[in-house]
Write a new protein. Structure first.
Length: 315
């Protein structure tokens, strides 16, 4: 089975898809902000125009909305509700670098974070942006950077810092959170911030692209076939504090993905917290199920408190 078919089947639990519109739009009152002033760097032809679709089989009682063929990346800023903590999180939805689970692993996250006083920045990064050639058993064989997606992630972090005063954000409290392939993008941007993957284009690119903290939820692509760390995520002592979460029965991105990254972070003396659960599978986002793992947002809030990103009174 092709990777795109695997990803689509997993995200919509093998339900059928219904195309709704060509370009994804946020809810009324929110505006997408282009990442690039012109054509994005290393622009590539897409298989077709951008398209939004919805599954007819829900996850956690709600349908799943996805986006494919994103050639013009954007970010949408969701302001905190109530007291503003000054913290901000850039969110990377998953989808195998082929599609974006834009609500399950995107807008749902912003609903949670903004209620906790955190500014949420939803990144609609370029897909397809596949970093691997895949074997028939869907394990990474030839490891590469997901260059277009990483370019978009670095640019988003710089844009957030460049507009921190306008958006009432502390530029030293800008984190990233991603799911599955987005979790791998979290690791990429956390470890490659000294590496420019595109030529500077304006004053925004003078800002740092290093996250101040990072959360990778059921991340993939971090372990090689030999169960060693993917060399494209060069962990160092400067890698930001990291929160990891995965289920042991995740048959898409095995538990070794988080474990290998955890060991590398520990060996580099990077503050890291990892939570492994027996059950939960893959691609559950924040939607409640019978499995205890779906209560993970409370653990993430507590962790953000312990590293000083949000005050304890916010939980």
């Amino acid at each position: 089975m092709k990777l795109s078919a695997v990803v689509l089947c997993l995200l919509v639990a093998c339900g059928s898809l219904h195309a709704e519109s060509k370009v994804w739009q946020p809810a009324a009152g929110y505006t997408q902000i282009p990442l690039w002033p012109g054509t994005p760097p290393d622009a590539r032809p897409m298989p077709g125009p951008e398209e939004t679709w919805t599954s007819d089989k829900p996850i956690g009682g709600k349908p799943v909305t996805g986006v494919k063929n994103v050639s013009l990346p954007t970010m949408t800023v969701y302001a905190p509700q109530g007291k503003n903590t000054g913290a901000a999180v850039v969110v990377f939805p998953g989808g195998g670098f082929e599609i974006l689970a834009i609500d399950l692993e995107g807008t749902d996250v912003c609903d949670w974070l903004t209620h906790k006083g955190v500014t949420c920045v939803l990144l609609k990064y370029r897909v397809p942006s596949i970093p691997y050639r895949w074997q028939c058993d869907c394990r990474p064989h030839n490891l590469e950077l997901s260059v277009p997606a990483l370019q978009d992630a670095q640019r988003a972090l710089r844009l957030v810092r460049s507009r921190a005063a306008e958006w009432h954000i502390d530029p030293h409290k800008v984190g990233v959170l991603g799911f599955s392939a987005g979790g791998y993008l979290v690791a990429e941007v956390s470890t490659n911030f000294k590496r420019r993957v595109y030529a500077p284009i304006d004053a925004v690119d003078k800002e740092s692209s290093r996250p101040d903290f990072a959360l990778a939820i059921y991340p993939g692509h971090l372990a090689t076939d030999r169960n060693t760390l993917n060399p494209n995520v060069p962990v160092s002592r400067d890698t930001p504090p990291t929160f990891l979460l995965q289920a042991e029965d995740d048959h898409v991105d095995g538990v070794n993905q988080a474990q290998v990254y955890y060991e590398a972070l520990k060996n580099a003396d990077v503050p890291v917290e990892m939570h492994l659960y027996a059950h939960g599978g893959h691609a559950f986002g924040l939607r409640p199920t019978a499995d205890p793992i779906t209560r993970w947002p409370a653990l993430a809030e507590a962790w953000m408190e312990t590293i000083g990103m949000i005050p304890a009174t916010q939980r």
